[in-house]
Design a protein around this ligand. Structure first.
Ligand SMILES: *Cc1c(COP(=O)(O)O)cnc(C)c1O
Length: 380
């Protein structure tokens, strides 16, 4: 491509898009294998579920091949109804997404105009920042405390401040990447501090894990008691083991909110394989619960081993740990990759000394611990 046409394209793109940072999705396992000459890659960078989905998913997908020529149900009706039933919701209050990140995108497209204010957490899940900026919104970030906890007072100030109430307030509970959690009391304070004109978006991507941490709020019960707009987002990517197929859902305060989002999303945003697999997984909650219990036990075991080595970290209610290396994370992540271990070195300003490591299989966790001990020069 010529320089002239690159410059032209840059000018043709919306100014918001020109300056947008790319999502940091990390390297594929193939690239890691090739670049570092390793045979096995411990994938501990994306919070995937090492147990995979229910065995019922493989069966359902195998039976699907003959149906590939037909469009999926644009309303994901069977899946919506099943989710509504178990969560005690009306089907009309459930919205489906091509991953919950798709719902974050659609929320921003539906509600944000240039100049609108969005309040979110820092360090943050990248898309909580990128999608609002794509729409020209101003993103105000509320940092965690130095002890890596939610700063509830700062949240209340940010929500109440400014000449206009924020259009959206978006937070993940538990937080990604930190893993810290708002307990029921703190959650209530933040909900009550959110202006009634603000759409409150609670991203519960790690809900199934966090439920096992004492004090985790019943967000749906708390929000249903409010007369204000809200949406809680959950996903099949983490605890349900379906990250590759892209299914997430939202439970909304009103049918009206779902109708608005349905108008903005692409009509067939959840494909046939994704709907089929998610429904099969949803019907086997015992498998999901087993994987969550095991993962939480491994998380706590790994955290204890790291503590014993003198590593500091945030307490986590999710399926990952956020480690403070007290040194630049880039070379450490490189050293881990050279040993076949992929983690996520955090790139946000102020957090360049942190890595996020997902809890994987027992073997991969052991591989991580050994490689980390080597690379950091810790005594084991
Ligand atoms: C993983 C994650 C998601 C995205 O999940 P998908 O359903 O795979 O799009 C959303 N929010 C947070 C905070 C996450 O960590």
């Amino acid at each position: 491509m010529t320089t002239a046409s690159a410059e032209l394209l840059s000018r043709l793109a919306r100014p918001e898009v020109r300056d947008l940072p790319a999502y940091n999705a990390g390297l594929s396992s193939d690239v890691v294998r090739q670049r570092y000459g390793v045979t096995h890659v411990a994938r501990l960078a994306s919070n995937e579920n090492p147990f995979g989905p229910s065995p019922a998913v493989a069966k359902a997908l195998a039976e699907l091949a003959g149906a590939a020529a037909t469009y999926p149900d644009a309303n994901s009706q069977a899946l919506r109804s099943a989710i509504a039933e178990r969560t005690g919701t009306q089907a009309g209050q459930v919205v489906m997404g091509n991953g919950s990140e798709n719902l974050l995108e659609v929320l921003c497209q539906a509600f944000l105009s240039p100049g609108d204010r969005v309040v979110t957490l820092s360090p943050s899940f990248g898309l909580h920042d990128i999608y609002p900026r794509m729409m020209g919104a101003r993103v105000q970030m509320v940092p965690v405390t130095p002890a890596l906890e939610f700063d509830v007072d700062a949240w209340c100030d940010a929500l109440a401040g400014g000449p206009q109430p924020p259009k959206l307030a978006m937070l993940s509970n538990p937080s990604n990447p930190v893993g810290c959690m708002l307990d029921a009391h703190a959650f209530r304070r933040i909900v009550q501090a959110t202006p009634p004109e603000t759409l409150l978006v609670i991203d519960e991507a790690y809900y199934e894990y966090a439920r096992l941490t004492p004090g985790f709020p019943d967000a749906l019960a708390e929000l249903r008691a409010q007369s204000r707009p809200w949406i809680a987002l959950r996903t099949f990517s983490k605890a349900w083991g379906l990250a590759g197929l892209r299914v997430g859902y939202g439970i909304a305060s009103d049918e009206k909110l779902v109708q608005i989002l349905d108008r903005v999303r692409t009509p067939f945003n959840v494909n046939l394989a994704a709907q089929t697999a998610a429904l099969a997984a949803w019907k086997d909650p015992a498998h999901m619960e087993m994987s969550v219990r095991e993962t939480v036990a491994r998380r706590d075991a790994l955290a204890a081993q790291l503590h014993a080595l003198g590593v500091t970290m945030a307490p986590s209610a999710a399926n990952f740990l956020f480690l403070n290396l007290q040194r630049a994370n880039g070379p450490v992540a490189e050293g881990l990759l050279a040993r076949g271990v992929a983690v996520k070195p955090w790139k946000e300003r102020g957090y360049e000394n942190f890595i996020r490591v997902s809890i994987g299989s027992a073997e991969d966790n052991a591989l991580f611990l050994q490689a980390f001990t080597d690379v950091m020069g810790l005594a084991s």
